[in-house]
Design a protein. Structure first.
Length: 101
């Protein structure tokens, strides 16, 4: 939790700090605070829209937070073929949770 406090303080001084946002998103995800993790990854996707890994992490955090429709919308924006398998797996998991088999 101390790391989260330090990174949050860093963001107060530099709100677009890519490293701090990324590490904070990761930390929140690891402590299972998926709402805050999705907020960090949402900011990263806005500041760095060409980085598909942030879109995937954002969708995963939304999924874990049970925001399935939002997760589906975000994962649908991933166009990079390198993420096709992970994208499909997440889409299937979302549909399963929505009981849309």
């Amino acid at each position: 939790m101390e790391v989260i406090n330090i990174l949050t303080n860093e963001l107060n001084f530099s709100p677009r700090n890519r490293a701090a946002l990324s590490l904070l998103g990761y930390c929140y995800y690891q402590v299972q605070d998926y709402g805050n993790a999705s907020d960090m990854y949402d900011q990263l996707t806005k500041f760095f829209p060409d980085v598909d890994s942030y879109k995937l992490y954002h969708a995963q955090a939304l999924f874990k937070a049970a925001f399935y429709e939002d997760a589906s919308r975000v994962v649908g924006r991933i166009e990079n073929a390198d993420y096709a398998e992970k994208k499909l797996q997440l889409q299937i998991a979302i549909q399963y949770e929505l009981e849309d088999l």
